[in-house]
Design a protein around this ligand. Structure first.
Ligand code: TXA
Ligand code: MG
Length: 322
């Protein structure tokens, strides 16, 4: 492919029509969602899904999230109990992924679930992804649109830099509003913290995030999802290329300091100490720090509350990549 790949088209009817044509032809397209940009392909077409794994260089045991337009479409793919139905009704469309039993007649390619008997599914709250779902008429598997192991993309330019020469098309609809990946829930347990906190979801009654599974840890046995947390929570999942120091209250020699609140830094996640703003800026700030001249990155302390839990989760993974 030429170095101008991928093409970046601004969101609009023509762009969505072109993206849907790529999906129908079995290709993959990068699309914004309310969390991060996703790399979407037809979830019912195993060759198309294989194309996602190939473009990302992603280990094939790592299952993907399926995106559908609404709860009715989700119920054709997964089995909802009352609690799951309640969560879906309260938070969809939105940054909530439910891990549920996969229906046998769902028609989802086995590669999507990596052989598990459960599926991770969500209804995105973004006009571009919703427009593509409507135009393509199929469920879309979509992991974050970055090369496996690198920082998630919150802008079209991040996608283009990470997947240059590996995908044909990015739809650009600006920066993603939430900025961190969806909260993943199984039963009453948060598998991956995200924009919706445990308190939002369970009114204080659920269980906290499970400890992440190390890269060297046990792999899920085929056909069973028992004991599987969120296998994509590999330690290196969000790593920038540089050393990262957390809870930094000042800049040390050779560091680029990402501030928060009263700690100003070279850049800031939120000068006013707003956690929602900080989440929206997080990956962009890490991309900037990674691309800049400083040898190492430091990040100011982030309060461990609300979406701050998701921010700290991503920062810890970036700081301890192995
Ligand atoms: O916000 C998001 O969730 C973004 C946007 C694009 O929708 N997508 C995203 O996908 O973050 P991805 O593939 O990067 O992360 C999917 C996560 C991984 O941690 C994966 O292991 C987990 O979901 N997962 C998928 N299926 C699962 C299952 N059946 N059981 C447990 N975890 C599962
Ligand atoms: Mg990812």
């Amino acid at each position: 492919m030429s170095p101008t790949n991928p093409r970046i088209l601004p969101y609009g009817a023509a762009a969505i029509a072109e993206a849907a044509a790529v999906i129908r032809a079995g290709g993959c397209v990068a699309m914004p969602t309310e969390t991060v940009y996703g790399l979407a392909a037809d979830a019912t077409d195993s060759r198309a899904v294989a194309g996602i794994y190939e473009a990302k260089g992603r280990p094939s045991f790592n299952p993907l999230i399926v995106h559908v337009p609404d709860l009715a479409a989700a119920e054709r793919i997964a089995v909802f109990d009352e609690a799951a139905h309640d969560l879906a009704t309260r938070f969809w469309p939105g940054p909530l992924t439910l891990v549920l039993p996969l229906r046998e007649d769902a028609g989802i390619a086995a590669l999507v679930t990596a052989g598990l008997d459960t599926i991770a599914i969500r209804v995105p709250d973004h006009r571009a992804m919703q427009a593509l779902l409507a135009a393509a008429g199929v469920p879309l598997a979509a992991p974050s649109a970055n090369a496996s192991g690198s920082i998630s993309p919150t802008r079209a330019a991040h996608v283009a830099a990470s997947l240059a020469g590996r995908i044909p098309l990015v739809i650009d609809d600006g920066a993603t509003p939430a900025g961190v990946e969806s909260t993943i829930v199984r039963g009453n347990r948060v598998l991956r913290p995200g924009p919706l906190s445990q308190a939002d979801l369970f009114r204080g009654e659920g269980r906290g995030p499970v400890t992440m599974q190390p890269e060297t840890g046990p792999r899920p046995s085929p056909g069973s999802s028992e004991g599987v947390t969120a296998p994509g929570q590999l330690a290196s999942h969000y790593a920038p290329g540089k050393l990262l120091r957390l809870d930094a209250t000042e800049r040390r020699d050779g560091e680029w300091l990402i501030g928060f609140g009263a700690i100003a830094g070279d850049d800031t996640l939120s000068a006013s100490g707003d956690l929602i703003e900080a989440a929206a800026n997080l990956f962009d700030a890490l991309h900037r720090a990674d691309a800049g001249p400083a040898a190492a990155i430091a990040v100011a302390p982030i309060p461990e509350t609300g979406i701050g839990i998701a921010i700290n989760d991503r920062l810890r993974r970036a700081a301890h990549p192995r």
